[in-house]
Design a protein around this ligand. Sequence first.
Ligand code: FE2
Length: 281
Amino acid sequence: MFSSRLTEAGVVPERIDTPAQARAVIEADGAAVVGGIHTEEQALDFASKVLGDKLVRLGRQFEASMRNHEREAAVVDAQPVDGRGRKRSFGNPGERMTAHNDGFAFGDYAPDYLFLWCKRPAESGGDSFLIDAWKLSELLAADPATADLAEFCRSVDIDHSEPNFPQGTYSPIVRTVASGRVQARYHPYLAPVPGSTRPEDAEMIGRWSDTVLHVRDNGPMFRAGAGDMICVDNYRLLHGRDGYTDPARELYSIWGWTTDAVAVPANQLDIVVPDLAALAG
Ligand SMILES: [Fe+2]
């Protein structure tokens, strides 16, 4: 049974025009959307102005298209089940995506900002959703029935790695990082720390997962049109999209790291083979 208030964590981004407006709205709501972006150069230029003086690293991460998905998903499908029975999958584009922070496989090296540039939307389907996971943890904390889950999310270290790609570090689901930014995370492979003797941890992670999926399926959705770019605080918000089948859909994901990030990778990250050993450089 979920409190009806939880869907208040769903975010429909406010439409803005300038990088300064984007910065202010992202700070307040976690995301904003700008239109009129028709080339990758324009997308990178706007994103770099949003991040301003704090920018450390910015670049196109990947192309979310049917063609690219099929190529990468085949490599991931061939990767083995891990020792705890976890198996990576990039999912089926025809189904609603699980909510996630981008770059979750990379732990502390995940980008703190994300720009989703829609070059061409799907003819139908593919609508977007955003969830303010930090606000969601606050809503859980405010309800006596779920305050224990909020406390778990804030205080118990868990394993944020993907199957077969250990991060070597453990941290809570919700935390405030050294720069003062809040970080609240979800992806489908969250697990107790390896060797944990606390069975309640797996149960709590399951409750967090159920809560996030409840908000995904009962909160607002919105549609990004051609030339729209959704600018996201990737530490605080989860994102995803509804299923689509249109092979002409083109969306580009741009990752940005600022001086607020916990860690910045030396090289471009590979989500197909997220090998953390290559990151520190
Ligand atoms: Fe994503």
